[in-house]
Design a binder for this molecule. Structure first.
Ligand SMILES: [Zn+2]
Length: 129
């Protein structure tokens, strides 16, 4: 009988301890994932701040589940952003998809680069620059 009475406060104390431990572990995880995500997003020229804010908000409202969900979404989305992506046109990983563009010094219109002539051509002016 005495043993049963003594178990109850020990149990609730243990439960509270576990709850605090889970909260602390979640907090540490959020900080670690946030640091990793920020650096990873920056290396991919992604909006690092938005992702970290999203991660923290999801963790505040969704706890560990929110943290996991945002991390999974991030991992899916970052697949479209290779490391070092988003560099200026002509220096990125897909130079063929984005031909260099420069404004015409005369009319200001977009000029086209002709590699075979090594010259710029302005369609509005119908002239090489
Ligand atoms: Zn022009």
């Amino acid at each position: 009988m005495i043993g049963t009475l003594q178990v109850t406060p020990t149990l609730s104390g243990g439960f509270l301890g576990v709850l605090i431990a889970v909260c602390l572990i979640t907090l540490v995880l959020v900080v670690l994932v946030a640091i990793w995500m920020y650096r990873d997003a920056q290396s991919r020229r992604m909006d690092a701040t938005v992702w970290v804010v999203l991660l923290v908000l999801a963790s505040v409202f969704g706890g560990l589940l929110g943290l996991v969900i945002v991390t999974v979404i991030y991992l899916v989305v970052r697949g479209n952003h290779p490391v070092g992506g988003g560099l200026p046109a002509g220096f990125g990983p897909y130079p063929a998809a984005y031909p260099p563009v420069a404004p015409c010094p005369v009319c200001g219109g977009p000029m086209v680069w002709y590699p075979q002539y090594q010259r710029w051509y302005c369609p509005p002016c119908a002239q090489y620059r």
